[in-house]
Write a protein that binds this ligand. Structure first.
Ligand code: HQG
Length: 180
């Protein structure tokens, strides 16, 4: 399932053409086309397995639309999609986990979205620590004073990830550095 989830991330966030898909402007793909693309790549895949993957995915990365005929990634895209999320007021503090080696450029230029559509922030430091640990090496968690970022729009993805465009360095503070 992990391999299938990674393949879904590839075709639903970054390169739909690899699966012979097109996404609509809101990032939705036809569920039957997705099932066919996965079956072609790995064999033995059907609607029931896709539903199981969506239901059990550790970060709830994928969601069906109300009719169940379309599926999309809830966040993390590099291709331009309009997730149609309403801006909402963030909690006073959010968190971002990253590798210690990125700390210096981050404190210089702020958090940049890079190749993704948004900067991704976590609601708690523990989750941020896990996100940062994906990078390998020493991990650092930054506290974001989101409550003070009045000019910046924040969005909450369907799977609980906070999204914004850029976090200037003035709103960032590294927390004491947990080691891994
Ligand atoms: C870093 C996962 C240097 C940033 C997670 C991060 C998340 C800078 C990396 C989602 C920088 C980008 C996103 C700057 C930011 N200089 N480095 N100025 N600004 N960075 O993967 O937040 O498992 O695009 O710290 O759970 O790590 O894919 O972002 O290390 O929700 O579902 O540049 O991906 O979810 O890396 O992770 P990413 P991220 P999934």
């Amino acid at each position: 399932m992990k391999q299938v989830s990674k393949f879904l991330a590839l075709i639903l966030r970054h390169r739909p053409e690899v699966g012979g898909l097109t996404l609509d402007p809101q990032g939705w793909a036809d569920a039957d086309e997705v099932i066919a693309a996965v079956a072609k790549q790995f064999g033995g895949f059907d609607r029931a397995r896709l539903e199981e993957l969506v239901r059990t995915n550790d970060k709830r990365r994928y969601a069906f639309d109300e009719s169940g005929t379309r599926i999309r990634a809830s966040q993390g895209h590099s291709i331009a999609v309009d997730l149609d999320l309403e801006p909402i007021e963030p909690p006073p503090l959010l968190y971002h986990g990253t590798a210690m080696r990125f700390l210096e450029p981050i404190l210089r230029e702020g958090l940049m979205k890079g190749r993704r559509q948004h900067v991704h922030l976590s609601a708690d430091a523990e989750t941020a620590l896990k996100v940062g640990a994906r990078r390998g090496g020493e991990t650092v968690v930054l506290e974001v004073r989101s409550g003070e970022m009045k000019e910046h729009a924040f969005f909450l993805s369907a799977n609980g990830v906070w999204l914004t465009g850029h976090v200037p360095p003035g709103y960032l503070r590294p927390l004491s550095t947990p080691r891994r």
